[in-house]
Design a protein around this ligand. Structure first.
Ligand code: PEP
Ligand code: MN
Length: 359
């Protein structure tokens, strides 16, 4: 008798569960429609005021047995789930997202050199351009190993305003001459939107530093340049924020973006930052853009450069970036992490295949 009653009541619960599920599904469909309207209006799906208004209405209608706190907690879960769904849908629609397993953007330079086509690209050079002699010595040594992408940094984003800030445009002029002499491409950090047009004459690849990853005005402006852009991940950004930063450039007209992982801030103090190798692997899965890793600013030290470079290659990156200086101890910036020329050779011996080493 009691068993029959229990079975009957449980049956009722099963029906109610299905009704709730159906309502939740219906609700998700309406939320999705709202998302589309919001996208057209250019507004964000997260609207805390609207959430507060909905909760107040629910509390006013609530006649028990659940307390208002319980009702709020339950609906908060529903709101969070809807928001996550919206974010997931939005992320699946972004341009930088990979849509099928082998989809890849290959960056083609003027002479046919490619990044992201399968070869492992090396980007190197001093932290900052200090003098023509300094960069020429490094560039000559790198070019002899077949490295084509030279760091030609005119401006340095330093923590202290009293530290060396870079040679500015003069640095770029030096870098251009040296790169031409060694048949290399200049990659150079653009610190501000106002510098783009002046730099354009000297630079083959623009570079956005970690501190500027969220500078949306700069990112939008780089959507308009003809050169490819290397975008560094901020040390405080998660992968989603990084992808959206790339989306700013691509959606504004420049499809040639290279993502650079450069280490994130963690509790660790033995390294300057923590190189996020899982981000490299995940970015390779989730986007079609080339992904490279900076093993200099992530580690902040040169003694683990070789294993990090090997790890970068093993995890599937399209290339590696490291700093190289003719005399690291006297470098005007990042003296602790720049590789000497012999150290650069040792590193390249480890990561370049035979053909490239002989080239
Ligand atoms: C750099 O690579 O020159 C640099 C300054 O690194 P980050 O922007 O990652 O700090
Ligand atoms: Mn540096």
């Amino acid at each position: 008798m009691h068993e029959d009653r229990l079975r009957e009541l449980r049956g009722e619960i099963d029906v109610i569960n299905l009704q709730i599920l159906e309502l939740l599904t219906q609700r998700a469909q309406v939320v999705s429609a709202i998302g589309l309207v919001q996208q057209t209006l250019g507004t964000s799906f997260y609207d805390p005021e609207r959430e507060a208004e909905m909760l107040t209405r629910l509390q006013q209608a609530n006649e028990g047995p659940f307390s208002n706190e319980t009702i709020s907690a339950l609906f908060n879960q529903i709101f969070r789930a809807s928001l996550a769904l919206e974010e997931e849908e939005a992320l699946a629609k972004i341009l930088v997202q990979r849509h099928y397993p082998d989809e890849r953007t290959v960056i083609a330079m003027a002479d046919g050199t490619e990044v992201g086509a399968g070869d492992f690209t090396v980007i190197s050079g001093p932290c900052a351009i200090e003098s023509a002699e300094q960069v020429d010595e490094v560039a000559g040594a790198l070019a002899a190993r077949g490295v084509r992408f030279l760091r030609g940094m005119g401006w340095k984003p330093r923590t202290s305003p009293y530290d060396f800030q870079g040679l500015g445009m003069e640095g770029l002029r030096i870098a251009r001459q040296v790169a031409n002499r060694h048949n290399m491409f200049i990659v150079s950090e653009v610190m501000d939107k106002s510098l783009i047009s002046e730099m354009s004459e000297y630079v083959d690849v623009f570079w956005v530093g970690a501190r500027n990853m969220s500078n949306t005005f700069l990112l939008k402006a780089l959507g308009q340049v003809r050169q490819p852009v290397i975008l560094k991940r901020s040390f405080g950004a998660n992968i989603q924020e990084f992808l959206y930063a790339a989306e700013y450039i691509v959606s504004n007209g420049n499809p040639n973006v290279i993502l650079m992982e450069r280490g994130i801030r963690t509790f660790e103090t033995r390294t300057r930052n923590t190189l996020d190798l899982s981000a490299v692997a995940l970015l390779k899965l989730e986007t079609h853009l080339p992904v490279v890793a900076d093993i200099s600013h992530s580690a902040g030290r040169r003694d683990i450069a070789i294993p990090l470079a090997r790890a970068t290659k093993a995890v599937g990156a399209d290339g590696v970036m490291f700093e190289c200086h003719p005399n690291p101890p006297v470098a005007m910036s990042d003296a602790k992490q720049q590789l000497s020329i012999p150290e650069m050779h040792a590193l390249l011996d480890e990561i370049m295949d035979e053909q490239r080493v002989l080239a």
